[in-house]
Design a protein around this ligand. Structure first.
Ligand code: MTE
Ligand code: LUZ
Ligand code: MOS
Length: 752
């Protein structure tokens, strides 16, 4: 089963924001952002810009009809800067003109002066100065204080990981226009239509029922549009509301890179203690999250870092503290993995260093400490259906780790300037929004008189294939051809109060809502069929577009059943509501059962390093992944491949760089490198672990969106492994990304 959209995608027929035919009289908007990272606006004169022919209006905070506030979790972010600016690119005004060119020209006519303040871009410095977005949080289990004395071996260190630009192909944008009754309709490239609706309602100062948000699909989101689409949509909506004209805002790539937040860079200190037989007895870490200038989703991301700071290991004494630090960077935000990759990189680094100091392979420690059934996570949840050990042992058998090892040794002996390296990356990722209340979804299913079906849910299709999976669910329940099913755009008037499509739970939550709605309709249709065929309901079965009675095909086809049911005045529409059972979390104790289940897997990453140039190639990523009972192996494999490449990019080549004044230096695709086909692994082999899959996953098919991102972390350690082989003087350090530039320095680092 391919993605239902694939033909339209490759023939260019799929409609994205920029493909929506615009109405007559549509105006175009461009955001005017701050040129400095921190300061006071001492002078702002927009009059010359406003006089430019073709400029309709320039909006500032003074024009906001409701509240000038877009903070989602914490109300700390103005839509337009008022008197101060806190990051370079922070929106100050919106120029609305007859076309984008005119709006850009007007920007050059805006007269603005600042008084500059001190710029902080380092989270550790922010913490010292007391600049925190929220109070710190700590997760703990066991007795860390007394655990150290039980350790035979203790190792300490520092770990840093960098930011990451989402680089969705479609930039942030929205198209808003007035509709009947003083309402506004917004087409937005967002993962969270309700977030957009709520934000626009607040900014415009009109109730939510006057704002209709509609999303056909996104050209990628990766978390970057979970929260940050809202501000731009609110701007377009505000302009449209004030001018009573259609307004389109579609960010230029360079503006998008400059104005929007990215993955959070983290800096951290850790201490790890092991017993003689290599059991990890204690692990303590303090992480400094670089939150940027406003909270955005940082508190939730910090929470997921705490949850995943021990990755796939059981550590009886753990204490993890995270500080969310306020800096003068654009507010950092959700990005595939949502704080988990940063946390996992720390524990993997701690293990790698300990192994290095003990002179043993890293995997010896990894293997000895994997979670097992009924182990308790540091947040109180008891691990069930654990198969990390299973994934690891299957991977080592299937891909023959011993042989990989020997081949690498042989290669490295035979080659002086090329060295190969290898690393194992295990993953354990919790599925559910960590904020329990967000784990709900609804689906509205209509069966039309001709037997075709329209499904509306809260899920956003962003390339991950959620629409295909939901169509599969409905087709399975009714046992009909999937071609009869259409996934409608995601629209707040049809499905309300949606959680963003995020946390990898889009298919689980919305798919289950579809399942509930379809099962209810099926019950009704069976009743109807039983009446028509004069038998009991138990004798009825729908199979391959036919109604069966006691297993025998009847003259009643799907289409006949539908039209007859309609004529008998049976309701052919249903609204399904799903809320994940079981999960809960008590923030006052930092304990609970926050996740419906966990996704496990293991990757073996092998690389070849050119020790003359510092460049490297990823030879292979060999994975054993726990999909549960995959509903769509084609799509799931695509998710694995994309995530692996994205993860490798984060760890190796994608380097976000700000200067000390808070100016983004890596501000275009010539200075910010993402993996292309040449730098992608030469092979990605993915083997599905045989499992039944958990009840709480949609049709036992586990969530797949984010977990495989973290396989990419293995590339860091594989490269590091090759550097060690070439240069025995190299002292391990953990400062990602490990760019070719950094690799070269380490290859020739001298013993000091
Ligand atoms: N795949 C594609 N092609 N495009 C995307 O934007 N986002 C990822 C992942 N896979 C993304 C993607 C992220 S961050 C998440 S949370 C999940 O998809 C969201 O979709 P799901 O909940 O349906 O898995
Ligand atoms: N978003 C969110 C997420 O609001 N809560 C989460 O737990 C989460 N996890 C992953 C990605 N996005
Ligand atoms: Mo994904 S970071 O949950 O949008």
């Amino acid at each position: 089963m391919n993605n239902i959209d694939s033909i339209n995608h490759v023939t260019g027929k799929s409609v994205y924001l920029d493909d929506i035919l615009i109405q007559k009289g549509t105006l175009h908007a461009v955001v005017f952002g701050s040129s400095i990272a921190h300061g006071k606006i001492t002078h702002l004169d927009i009059s010359k810009a406003e006089e430019l022919l073709g400029v309709e209006k320039i909006l500032t905070y003074k024009d906001v009809t409701g509240q000038n506030q877009i903070g989602g979790i914490i109300e700390d972010e103005p839509l337009f800067a008022e008197h101060e600016v806190h990051f370079q690119g922070q929106p100050i005004a919106l120029i609305v003109a007859k076309d984008e060119h005119t709006a850009r020209k007007a920007i050059t006519l805006i007269d603005i002066k600042f008084e500059e303040f001190e710029v902080v871009i380092d989270p550790r410095i922010a913490k010292e100065k007391g600049l925190l977005l929220i109070p710190p949080r700590t997760f703990r289990i066991g007795d860390i204080k007394n655990a150290w004395s039980k350790c035979d071996y203790i190792s300490e260190g520092r770990v840093d990981s960098g930011g990451q630009e989402h680089l969705y192909i479609e930039t942030q944008g929205a198209y808003a226009y007035p509709i009947d009754n003083g309402s506004i309709k917004i087409h937005s490239s967002t993962q969270g239509p309700t977030a957009v609706q709520k934000t626009a309602s607040k900014v415009l100062g009109i109730p939510m029922n006057r704002i209709e948000v509609d999303v056909a699909r996104l050209g990628g989101g990766f978390g970057g549009k979970e929260d940050q689409a809202s501000g731009f949509a609110a701007m377009a909506a505000l302009a449209s509301y004030i001018l009573q004209r259609p307004v389109k805002l579609s960010l230029h790539r360079l503006d998008d890179m400059k104005m929007t937040g990215k993955r959070h860079p983290y800096s951290s200190d850790y201490k790890i203690g092991l017993s003689k037989d290599l059991k990890i007895i204690a692990f303590q870490t303090t992480l400094y999250q670089n939150g940027g200038a406003a909270a955005d989703l940082s508190p939730a991301i910090m929470e997921r870092t705490l949850f995943h700071s021990t990755n796939a290991y059981y550590i009886p004494n753990t204490e993890v503290t995270t500080y969310s630090c306020k800096t003068n960077l654009p507010p950092n935000t959700a990005f595939r993995g949502f704080g988990a990759p940063q946390g996992m990189f720390v524990i993997e680094s701690a293990i790698a260093r300990a192994a290095n100091e003990l002179g043993i392979p890293t995997r010896t420690i990894q293997e000895k400490n994997f979670l097992t059934e009924n182990d308790e996570f540091q947040y109180g949840q008891i691990a069930k259906s654990v198969n990390i050990g299973n994934c690891f042992s299957t991977a080592s058998r299937l891909f023959n780790i011993e042989k990989i090892d020997n081949d690498i040794k042989k290669f490295n002996q035979e080659n002086s300037l090329l060295k190969k390296g290898m690393a194992i990356m295990p993953i354990c990722f919790g599925i559910s929004f960590t904020n329990t209340s967000m784990n709900q979804a609804r689906a509205l299913v209509h069966i039309y008189q001709d037997g075709s079906i329209g499904i509306s849910t809260g899920a956003i299709e962003m390339g991950q294939g959620v629409n295909t999976k939901m169509a599969q669910v409905a087709a399975k329940v009714f046992s009909i051809n999937i071609k009869r099913i259409k996934l409608e755009s995601t629209n707040t008037s049809r499905v309300a109060n949606t959680s963003p499509t995020a946390a990898s739970s889009g298919a689980d939550l919305n798919g289950n809502a579809v399942l509930i709605a379809c099962n209810e309709l099926l019950k009704r249709l069976k009743e109807s069929a039983a009446k028509i065929l004069e038998c009991s309901i138990d004798e009825i079965k729908l199979q391959d577009e036919q109604v069966l009675k006691n297993g025998q095909v009847t003259e009643l086809s799907w289409e006949k059943l539908i039209i007859k049911s309609y004529l008998s005045r049976i309701c052919l529409s249903e609204n399904g509501h799903y809320a994940t059972p079981i999960i809960h979390f008590d923030k006052s104790k930092e304990k609970g059962h926050p996740f419906a289940y966990h996704v496990y897997g293991t990757a073996i990453v092998t690389i070849t390093l050119d020790c003359l140039r510092g460049t490297y190639e990823v030879d292979n990523v060999q994975i054993v992944h726990d999909f549960g009972n995959s509903i769509n192996p084609t799509i799931d494999k695509g998710q694995i491949e994309g995530a692996v490449v994205q993860g490798i990019g984060w760890m190796t080549m994608e380097e976000i760089s700000f200067n000390k004044d808070g100016r983004l230096l890596s501000n275009s695709l010539s200075t910010y490198k993402v993996p292309d086909i040449y730098s992608a692994p030469k092979a990605i082999e993915c083997h599905a672990l045989e499992t039944v899959g958990p009840e709480l996953a949609i049709l036992k098919s586990k969530a797949v969106g984010e977990p495989p991102f973290m396989y990419g972390i293995g590339a860091f350690f594989a490269i590091q492994n090759a550097i060690e082989t070439f240069n025995p003087n190299y002292k391990l350090d953990f400062d990602a990304p490990l760019t070719p530039e950094k690799v070269l320095m380490r290859l020739y680092e001298k013993n000091v």
